[in-house]
Ligand binder design. Structure first.
Ligand code: GTP
Ligand code: MG
Length: 382
């Protein structure tokens, strides 16, 4: 079974199928079954009866847990579906039209397909190597119909992303408290809101989170972070505007070491007009963090705004040169039809996308999951 069908089966479950799985016995049958158990158990050992009851309770609990997890999964899939609406409408509907227009694969078909992929911001180099692979497969597998090729396209897009690598989208939590996460990125990409959303997620998981206002540059930045901390129930550390970011971070981490914080998230200023300055500043910040907690920061997350397209990719390349980025948060995917940027980042930057922002609500920040992403993108084609 191809990937296309696998993903389709994972998320596009027919609800009536689901209820069939849960209710193996219909109501009448279940009652009769209970009666039989009751009758037979009169003659058997009461401890067995107890055992049976225990077993039944466990089955019920497991079923409830499973339903709960299924519900959570469906909710997450919905966030992907909704957040990728623009991309789906822009890119996938074009792909569907192309399939309708050309029933057979021709050079014109390939040309138009290439154009659609480039428009989706998958990145020119990525598209060229993708088209190469596609042409080869069409030749080797003797594919003639564009309808079938649609499935191969989804397969190949997935391959671009996975591409022999192990996909690490998990946060690297430190065994010793606290885990330190540094957020970097240019102005306005969504660093502060991402911190708030991620803090909210971790607090929900029962972690004690502290937000540290390392952006002392922009007026109001410290207060904005403090407000978010209050709103999501995180603790906060900050100083006055214009203070040395490294000193804020040093004192914030000292406090975190004393008050049993699980996760420290550090906001930074994103001005990049001077690369050398930014590099020196980030170096100093890393040094200060390392002085207090030798293996920290445990994550350096670069936030980029998906609506800026290739410009965002250039930012990622620039940041990668000046500091050790461990993951990317791609925000505002809901605001662009160019959702293909996720694939371009993988191929052109080589840093895993760990989270994506699919809207402004706090639950719209999602762990990046390639299968849900592909489903959200291609759902109408499946
Ligand atoms: N639609 C949408 N909007 C988002 C998303 N993430 C962030 N935003 C919005 O982007 C705007 C900028 O967010 P901030 O978090 O202030 O960005 P920042 O990088 O901290 O900005 P500076 O502190 O000025 O450098 C806000 O209006 C956010 O609500 C997202 O995933 N989707
Ligand atoms: Mg900010």
């Amino acid at each position: 079974m191809g990937l296309f069908n696998k993903i389709k089966n994972m998320f596009a479950k027919d609800k009536s199928d689901e209820s069939n799985v849960v209710a193996v016995l219909d109501e009448g049958e279940e009652e009769r079954f209970e009666e039989i158990v009751e009758e037979t158990s009169k003659e058997i050992d009461p401890s067995l009866k107890k055992e049976y009851k225990k077993h039944k309770e466990k089955v019920k609990k497991d079923e409830e847990k499973e339903l709960e997890e299924e519900k959570k999964l469906q909710e997450e899939v919905k966030v992907y579906e909704k957040g990728l609406t623009k991309s789906r409408e822009g890119f996938v509907s074009k792909l569907a039209n192309l399939t309708n227009k050309y029933h057979k694969i021709t050079e014109e078909y390939f040309d138009e397909l290439e154009e659609i992929l480039i428009m989706a911001d998958i990145g020119v180099d990525t598209v060229i190597s993708f088209m190469d692979r596609l042409r080869k497969r069409v030749k080797h597998e003797n594919i003639e119909s564009t309808e079938y090729l649609k499935e191969i396209i989804v397969d190949e897009l997935f391959i671009i992303y996975v591409n022999d690598s192990v996909i690490v989208n998990k946060i690297n939590f430190s065994e010793k408290k606290p885990t330190v996460i540094l957020f970097v990125g240019v102005n306005g990409v969504g660093k502060t809101t991402t911190i708030a959303k991620l803090a909210n997620k971790m607090i929900d998981e029962g972690k004690k989170v502290k937000l540290v206002a390392g952006d002392t540059f922009r007026a109001g930045a410290t207060r904005q972070l403090e407000e978010w901390a209050n709103r999501v129930g995180a603790s906060f550390f900050g100083k006055e505007e214009g203070a040395d970011p490294s000193s804020v971070i040093y004192d914030g981490l000292t406090e975190a070491l004393e008050d049993d914080t699980d996760v420290v998230m550090i906001d930074t200023a994103g001005r990049l007009q001077n690369k050398v300055n930014l590099m020196n500043e980030l170096e100093k910040i890393n040094r200060v963090i390392g002085k207090l907690i030798p293996d920290a920061p445990h994550e350096v997350l670069l936030v980029i705004d998906a609506t800026t397209g290739q410009n965002g990719i250039s930012q990622a390349v620039a940041f990668k040169e000046i500091t050790n980025i461990t993951g990317i948060v791609l925000t505002k995917l809901d605001g662009t039809a160019k959702g293909g940027i996720v694939l371009a980042i993988k191929e052109q930057v080589g840093i895993p996308v760990k989270y994506i922002g699919l809207g402004e609500r706090k639950e719209d920040l999602q762990v990046f999951d390639i299968e849900k992403y592909i489903y959200g993108l291609f759902k109408d084609m499946m």
